[in-house]
Design a protein around this ligand. Structure first.
Ligand code: NAP
Ligand code: HSE
Length: 435
């Protein structure tokens, strides 16, 4: 057997501690499977005294994670601290410059600096592996990098944030409120250090930006993702959606159009009976449409200790086997700049919820306003029993196919309307591509 592969682990939280546990439990198997023993040479975290439920006896503790990048007895730096800047970025850059392989679970870092880091890795001939950064335990990066080479990818539709999916499905099945369920997700180790990254759609957008690069051979372009979170989704919306035959999910979509590549993250109505509507709890799913393979869907746990650490271990195992691939499939200098279409001209149906004055004639006034905005209505539902105590009633419209621009103008118009309170909620109905 060749000499051991020596790892330096930075970050011993949910993911880092999970990696230490798996290396302890499956050391023999991994040595046999990869042909090399995998040893932890050193670890780093903020607090050296914290009880983490892991055995670190005999392992060096570095107060400064950058010491891992400089150490002669480390071949691979595993970064599980998090954040697009600061110590995580400094560590990954220093490790790559020092010619060490890097494994990271840090989607924020890759979404903001992916192409630059890939250049550094390629210049040194080392791996920059990040399976855990996208969709937790689902091997989607490996699938894109290795298994789909025959395909021109047409689109990706993903549920990429476990926290949001957990919140939406718990609200759906138990009727519990948003804040209460978010607290659960934090306690279970699913949420980001700043949970507004989860519920605001930013975390899913980080992951989508990485997938887009892998799918379309473009530089990671997080700035080009249109982002809406789930903060405005209420139990009322979930229940109306159910009446119409839909589930509400936070979708992350990348599509190749003639005029460029669209990347968007937003809550949407997904038809019941489709694979993405069936994804519940902390599960994620990625539906890929390739010209040869057709539609395929991968599903699995998207967050938490076990699934995420499992993905980190698969990256370490690849390095132990000697597998070093270009981080974004093609060499970084051959990645193209992403071109965004000037406007998304896709037409789709929309779900529109307004809080309307509970008075005679208000419905007629609102439907007239929609007609003036050129939005044609397929269905209207008003429920007197759902009055919110302020003299307003939720009224829901399902529109015929309309383009994004028209719908945005209609929403702005209704927000000013005297019969409407607040800004109406508009959700896309993602029907066609998902069936
Ligand atoms: P976490 O539980 O908050 O752990 C972060 C770890 O980093 C802690 O051990 C902390 O030390 C350490 N740390 C923070 N600042 C440090 C510094 N300046 N120097 C040294 N160590 C420092 O986070 P996590 O959930 O494991 O997430 C880690 C990474 O994995 C993030 O990039 C996250 O986005 C990504 N990720 C997480 C999940 C998940 O389900 N949790 C899934 C996929 C990807 P102390 O413990 O001493 O405070
Ligand atoms: N906060 C992330 C989520 C962790 O909830 O999906 C996994 O990347």
């Amino acid at each position: 057997m060749t000499k051991p592969l020596r790892i330096g682990i930075a970050g011993l939280g949910t993911v880092g501690a999970g990696v230490v546990k798996i290396l302890a439990a499956r050391g023999e198997y991994l040595a046999a499977a990869t042909g090399r023993r995998i040893e932890i040479a050193a670890v780093s975290a903020r607090d050296s005294n914290k009880d983490r439920g892991i055995d670190l006896a005999g392992i060096r503790f570095e107060r400064d994670p950058l010491a891992l990048a400089a150490a002669d007895d480390i071949d691979v730096v595993a970064e599980m601290i998090g954040g697009s800047e600061g110590v995580a970025r400094d560590l990954v850059e220093a490790a790559l410059k020092a010619g060490k392989h890097v494994v990271t679970a840090n989607k924020a870092l890759l979404a903001h600096h992916g192409a630059g880091l890939a250049r550094l890795a390629e210049a040194k001939g080392v791996a920059l592996n990040y399976e855990a950064a996208v969709a937790g335990g689902i091997p989607i990066v490996k699938t894109m990098r290795e298994a789909l080479a025959a395909n021109e990818i047409r689109s990706i539709h993903g549920i990429l944030n476990g926290t949001c999916n957990y919140i939406l499905t718990e609200m759906e099945t138990t009727g519990r409120d948003f804040a209460d369920v978010l607290k659960d997700a934090q306690e279970l180790g699913y949420a980001e250090a700043d949970p507004s990254f989860d519920v605001g759609g930013i975390d899913a957008a980080h992951k989508l930006a990485i997938l887009t690069s892998l799918a379309f051979g473009t530089e990671v372009d997080f700035g080009a993702v249109q982002i809406e979170g789930i903060e405005k989704i209420s139990a009322t919306d979930i229940s109306f959606a159910r009446e119409f035959g839909y589930k509400i999910r936070l979708l992350a979509i990348a599509e190749k159009l003639d005029s460029g590549i669209v990347q968007r993250v937003h809550p949407a109505l997904v038809p019941e009976g489709t694979p993405l509507a069936a994804v519940s709890g902390v599960y994620n799913a990625v539906a890929v449409d390739g010209d040869r393979v057709g539609h395929m869907v991968l599903e699995g746990r998207g967050a938490g200790e076990g699934p995420t650490a499992s993905a980190v271990i698969s990256d370490i195992a690849d390095i132990a086997r000697g597998l070093v691939l270009a981080p974004f499939i093609v060499p970084a200098d051959r990645l193209k700049k992403l071109v965004q279409p000037p406007v998304d001209t896709h037409k789709k149906a929309f779900y529109l919820r307004v809080r309307a004055m509970d008075r005679a004639g208000s419905m007629a006034a609102i439907t007239q306003a929609l007609a003036q905005a050129s939005v044609s209505i397929e269905r209207i539902v008003q429920r007197g029993d759902r009055q919110d105590g302020s003299g307003r009633l939720p009224v829901v419209f399902v529109t015929h196919e309309t383009d994004e621009g028209t719908m945005a103008r209609a929403r702005a118009h209704l927000a000013e309307h005297e019969d409407v309170a607040g800004t109406p909620l508009v959700l896309r109905i993602e029907d066609g591509e998902l069936r």
